[in-house]
Design a protein around this ligand. Structure first.
Ligand code: ATP
Length: 346
């Protein structure tokens, strides 16, 4: 069943954390709430969980209005950033805990908990206490515990942010494959755009308590509607342009070929990897001559910065394969890109 968030508003004193926010979380999807610190991600998750009461709005699961349902009766599994396991209970007892509260019998409880430990590959740790396990293992136990009672919704609040990079990467793909295997509707809060791009079916970008844009990762990356989304997801060149007499975009003294219409916008987005660098023109729709001002070698990639002749006050960041020959600083080059690489941003 889809989860519908309808016209939710929530304030803390004079701070408006959520402002008339509406959203659908499709059944079986993994949705990420993404945005900068303070934009309202956690508040929205907590309102859905029933841990915060909004001033206005409803939370609907299918046709059921959950607005007045206590958190414990919503049958949602929740995992927080700080593993929050019971320190005095073994891994197995931690996973069984929610089942005990729901009145599952002893044998069924044990079987289910063991099945969940298998799922997160920690059956052999069943009798360990949380303090005897690594952070990644504790978070796996927390996930097993949240999934054990077969929740209708899984809520993850920055579940990976306390872990080191390697464990994080492992758990990203593990959470995603468990979520897909069971088709469990999942919401994950993160401020890490890569995490959202890699894991989500749907990303909700939040800004100051409102939705800035919702879409599949690829759509948000290739068709950001605003400067904020373009800048928040991935690296981007933000070009300040003016409109010529025909309404076409001008970058300094150069007319740009583009597929979209400016419609009063003054910013165009251009992804660094959409630009090709060469010594001579290659016959692309847009070709800007310029000078290399900086090069940075990153291993698999290299970042080249150029100053275009047509707009010397601006800089273009270009991303090239790490194996390509690096142009020298000060070299004259041509930066080429197709018309549809330019994105009109509000
Ligand atoms: P972060 O990534 O830093 O966790 P967030 O996007 O999750 O941020 P929220 O924690 O939802 O943001 O906070 C949204 C706004 O509400 C912020 O301005 C925050 O200061 C405020 N806020 C959140 N919880 C409370 C609270 N319990 N009391 C007062 N203000 C709060």
């Amino acid at each position: 069943m889809d989860l519908d968030v309808k016209n939710i508003s929530k304030s803390y004193g004079r701070v408006t954390a959520l402002n008339d926010l509406s959203l659908t979380i499709p059944a079986g999807s993994l949705t990420c709430f993404l945005g900068p610190s303070g934009c309202g991600k956690t508040t929205l998750l907590r309102v859905i969980a029933g841990l915060e009461t909004p001033e206005r709005g409803q939370i609907m699961l299918g046709d059921d209005d959950l607005s007045d349902t206590a958190p414990s009766d919503r049958n949602f599994g929740v995992v927080f950033q700080s593993y929050s396991l019971f320190p005095n209970l073994t891994a197995l007892r931690n996973v069984q805990y929610g089942l005990e509260c729901r009145g599952w019998g002893r044998t069924r409880r044990r079987e289910r908990a063991e099945e969940m430990l298998d799922l997160v590959h920690l059956r052999d740790q069943a009798n360990k206490l949380p303090e005897q396990m690594s952070g990644g293992q504790q978070q796996r136990i927390a996930i097993a515990r949240a999934l054990a009672p077969e929740p209708s919704l899984l809520l993850l609040d920055e579940p990976l942010s306390a872990l080191d990079a390697k464990v994080r990467a492992e758990l990203r793909s593990e959470i995603r494959s468990i979520q897909q295997k069971f088709g469990i509707t999942t919401i994950m809060v993160t401020h890490d755009q890569n995490e959202a791009l890699e894991m989500a079916d749907q990303i909700v970008v939040l800004r100051e308590g409102q939705i800035e844009q919702v879409g599949a990762p690829r759509d948000l990356y290739t068709h950001p509607e605003t400067r904020f989304v373009a800048d928040f997801i991935g690296a981007i060149n933000l070009l300040n342009v003016t409109s010529d007499a025909q309404g076409k975009a001008q970058l300094g003294t150069h007319s740009l070929a583009m597929t979209g219409k400016l419609n009063g916008a003054t910013t165009l987005g251009l992804r660094p990897e959409a630009i090709t660098l060469s010594q001579q023109p290659i016959g692309a729709a847009n070709e800007l001559s310029g000078v290399v001002t900086q090069t940075r070698f990153m291993g698999n990639l290299q970042h080249i910065e150029i100053q275009p002749d047509c707009a010397p006050e601006q800089r273009l960041q270009i991303e090239m394969n790490g194996l390509a020959t690096t142009p020298a600083s000060g070299a004259r080059v041509v930066a080429s890109f197709p018309a549809d690489a330019l994105m009109v941003l509000r």
